[in-house]
Write a protein that binds this ligand. Structure first.
Ligand SMILES: [Zn+2]
Length: 106
């Protein structure tokens, strides 16, 4: 009789521990979800010291020549010389790229 009630008490205790563990796991999951839904504002801006890069590519089929410089004037001069040296190479693709940094705002 006494042994039977001890077994029942042990089962109740084990069930209680299991539910405690489940509650702890549910709390951990909720904490993880809370971390995912944290709202942070970010801003992106040009990195002043990094400058810009100009690229110009000859768009004539089969040519593939290009020039890279830190100033647009240098690319323009290269393109004019390229056209003067290669008749019909008068279409170019220009790109200007900069370095940008993303930072979290407080
Ligand atoms: Zn060309």
């Amino acid at each position: 009789m006494g042994g039977r009630s001890t077994r029942a008490a042990t089962r109740r205790r084990l069930r209680s521990l299991a539910s405690t563990r489940e509650r702890a796991e549910r709390a951990a999951v909720l904490m993880a979800v809370r971390a995912v839904w944290r709202f942070v504002t970010y801003a992106i801006s040009h990195v002043a010291g990094a400058g810009v890069t100009w690229e110009i590519h000859c768009a004539t089929y089969g040519c593939g020549e290009s020039h890279i410089a830190d100033k647009d004037d240098e690319c323009a001069e290269w393109a004019m010389r390229h056209t003067a040296a290669n008749a019909g190479h008068d279409l170019f693709r220009r790109t200007c790229s900069d370095h940008a940094r993303v930072a979290a705002l407080a």
